[in-house]
Write a protein that binds this ligand. Sequence first.
Ligand code: SF4
Length: 226
Amino acid sequence: MTATAEMETRGEAARELLRAKLAGAEGVCVTCSFQAEDMVVLHLAREIAPDVPVIFLETGYHFAETIAYRDRMTAEWGLNLINVASAQSVAEQEAEFGILNRTAPDRCCAMRKVGPLFRALEEYRVWVTGLRRQQSKSRAHLQVEESFALPSGHVLEKLNPLAEWTTRDVWQYAETRGIPLLPLYELGYVSIGCEPCTSLPTDPNDPRSGRWGGQKLECGIHLQGQ
Ligand code: SF4
């Protein structure tokens, strides 16, 4: 089977899963960082549910390019975008606690990503992500279908339709469907989050080696709630 045929086979499997779970369903959302995987899974999900809520974690620390791309794609695709933010602005947080992304990134992620997302997810029952096993050793055991318990006890069905996809699958899908990608990839970034915590990868075999200066792999939103 050619690489393109493999990608199309994976695409059809993802489509089937999303059709089964999303068609006519209430309480579904997609989280989107506007990286390539999320654009692919969003493209697939919107074939079935064009108005699906798209949750973006507006941490206040994103690259200007990410925000510009988010706004461009929201307009071009007519996305039902929901910007989820922390209760404190960046200025308020830095005035009270200093620059936590330098001194205590886990705490910063908890305040600007994990807490706001978990609160937002309370009103949904199905959560679609663009996570893939190949992205990180911390994602090696990712399943296509999982359950996820929030700290409140509310349990969501978490769907990772691209769990088995390769990086090549993602880029081929985007290319064949004419999906423009975040311009930061052209500068050599391969995993893109908040600007202070994202650099070019230090290990070509580890796509997330440019995140948090190698100090950690996950912000916490994909770790099971406690
Ligand atoms: S990725 Fe960095 S800036 Fe963004 S919330 Fe986490 S620690 Fe803060």
